[in-house]
Ligand binder design. Structure first.
Ligand SMILES: C[S@@+](CC[C@H](N)C(=O)[O-])C[C@H]1O[C@@H](n2cnc3c(N)ncnc32)[C@H](O)[C@@H]1O
Length: 264
């Protein structure tokens, strides 16, 4: 009984005083609230007790909401800002929205920003956060299916490929489709940087995200970060940048913090 009353007080406190917390939108917008109640009734793989998130914000995944783009990596953010300011893409496409931290940043750099999230839970969270950005289109889908069904034009496209965490890694299928395009720059997060430093990277089963396992990317221009890991902040995750020929390659070549991977 006492615990129940405390919980109600905590929720009321949250609703009245946490006006800057986007999660409050869920409770106050009937449409979102209905979706959340529905989600918590289904036996969904990412089922989360949303009320638990309110009363226990310190341990909630929602705390990551305040994190910065690109795993809070300042140097990576500087590189991508420089690329986007020079390249001026028409379209930016992000795979794996999660809570929308990177999407929010990307929304400032193109007229059209598409972000794709497979998880219903993260989709709902990101939807509330991103609703104020009219140039952002958030889709709840498997990113590789979306990319494979697209007919991309010749406009300049920037891709941030970050749809990880599942058993199935969509990267190979996504890259094969993007490589058919004329004008693109891609950044893949969590990719092994072959410079002997301790950058983080992802592994699927026994397959690590590395150039050895994705040899076919060598058919395009490939660039890696060339700076000292100590100069990076946040998650210190590795990355790779890939470009089509022409302006896309020129933009990457002009980045002082990237070096082209030369095939021997
Ligand atoms: C590393 S997080 C993305 C982080 C986000 N890009 C950022 O910078 O804040 C990976 C996300 O990809 C999503 N995901 C995994 N596989 C996916 C797929 N095949 N299609 C779409 N989203 C996927 C996960 O649910 C998770 O939210």
């Amino acid at each position: 009984m006492f615990r129940g009353v405390t919980k109600v007080f905590k929720i009321l406190f949250f609703i009245i005083f946490k006006k800057n917390n986007f999660f409050r939108n869920y409770l106050l917008t009937p449409e979102y609230f209905k979706k959340i109640s529905q989600l918590s009734k289904e036996n969904h793989y990412d089922l989360v007790d949303f009320l638990q998130n309110i009363t226990n914000l310190d341990n909630s995944f929602l705390q990551y909401y305040s994190s910065q783009p690109f795993n809070s990596q300042i140097k990576r953010t500087e590189i991508i800002t420089s690329i986007l300011e020079t390249y001026k893409p028409e379209v930016i496409l992000e795979t794996g929205t999660f809570l929308g931290s990177t999407t929010e940043y990307l929304s400032g750099y193109a007229k059209k920003v598409i972000t794709i999230e497979r998880s219903e839970l993260y989709y709902l969270v990101a939807a509330a956060r991103l609703q104020k950005f009219s140039n952002v289109k958030l889709l709840k889908e498997n990113s590789s299916l979306f990319i494979q069904n697209q007919k991309f034009g010749d406009e300049l496209h920037f891709f941030y490929l970050d749809a990880h965490w599942g058993d199935y890694l969509p990267l190979q299928d996504e890259l094969e489709q993007i490589f058919k395009m004329r004008n693109f720059i891609i950044c893949i997060d969590d990719f092994k940087v072959p410079d002997g430093q301790d950058w983080g990277y992802d592994t699927y089963g026994k397959k690590e995200l590395s150039i050895e396992n994705f040899q076919f990317i060598k058919s395009k221009s490939v660039f890696f970060p060339n700076y000292n890991l100590n100069d990076e902040t946040g998650g210190k995750r590795g990355s790779v940048f890939i470009a089509s020929e022409g302006i896309s390659r020129e933009v990457l070549s002009s980045q002082k913090n990237l070096s082209e991977y030369l095939i021997d």
